[in-house]
Unconditional design. Structure first.
Length: 250
């Protein structure tokens, strides 16, 4: 493994709600956030990626990737990674440029196999996560691993799943969802122009997999909510993801 390790100090982030204190406070409890930059082989090239490494690592990890634009440093991904690592969950973010879902899926598969073969972490399983187009790639890989009865993949996390193009609700991107068996979490905005609320709920009912949908009220595809700060919305997302992961592994 080729890596560069850097130490980044975390800032404090407190909450006044006692019932969620355990979920909200841990970012402040980290003395430091250890990150390791890696190059993941993919065909004749390499994918840029970074591990976020907890002080005490649980036997589970989360792989994260971005949407059609941006990269692994997209704010939603870094926020979630920092939050999860503060609770002991190893995170691996990676960048894959390209608008072809099949290409993105192959890249995601390469990252999964890279993590699986790593001797640096004793993992019992991994959760595949992505935002927007990245969640489509994650869903495709989850479908493939489920068909292979691969128990290493514990579940799928879809952030702003792009169920359809804006105003094209007649053409749904649901082909992989009906074949997935592993648990699935959807976190979407109730006003997402690329994920009609009624349509996703109808699809979820028909899915074979155990599934949960958490709607961010009045959020669009970018998870922007009028009257709420970005930090507040991201915290809601992070709490939901961590809570669901704990439900699955427990």
């Amino acid at each position: 493994m080729h890596c560069i390790v850097v130490s980044v100090c975390c800032s404090s982030n407190s909450s006044s709600k006692k019932d969620q204190a355990v979920l909200r406070a841990p970012v402040a409890s980290l003395k430091s956030l250890l990150m390791a930059k890696v190059k993941i082989p993919f065909g004749n090239k390499y994918l840029d990626a970074v591990f976020s490494i907890p002080d005490k690592i649980l036997p589970y990890a989360v792989i994260l990737t971005h949407g059609a634009s941006g990269d692994m440093n997209f704010s939603h991904l870094t926020s979630l990674a920092n939050y999860l690592v503060s609770h002991g969950v190893l995170c691996l973010r990676f960048t894959c440029k390209g608008l072809n879902v099949a290409y993105r899926t192959k890249a995601y598969k390469a990252v999964l196999e890279y993590l699986r073969s790593s001797d640096d972490y004793a993992l019992s399983g991994v959760f595949l996560a992505g935002r927007s187009m990245g969640s489509r790639a994650a869903a495709s890989v989850t479908r493939q691993t489920d068909q292979d009865n691969d128990s290493f993949v514990q579940g799928l996390i879809c952030l702003s799943y792009p169920l359809h193009r804006p105003k094209l609700q007649s053409k749904l991107r649901d082909e992989d969802l009906f074949l997935i068996k592993s648990p699935v979490l959807f976190v979407s905005g109730s006003a997402d122009e690329m994920c009609d609320k009624r349509l996703l709920e109808e699809i979820a009912i028909k899915m074979k997999a155990p599934q949960k949908i958490h709607w961010i009220e009045n959020a669009n595809h970018s998870m922007a909510v009028k009257g709420r700060t970005t930090e507040d919305v991201l915290l809601e997302i992070n709490i939901q993801v961590l809570s669901w992961i704990k439900e699955v592994i427990d």
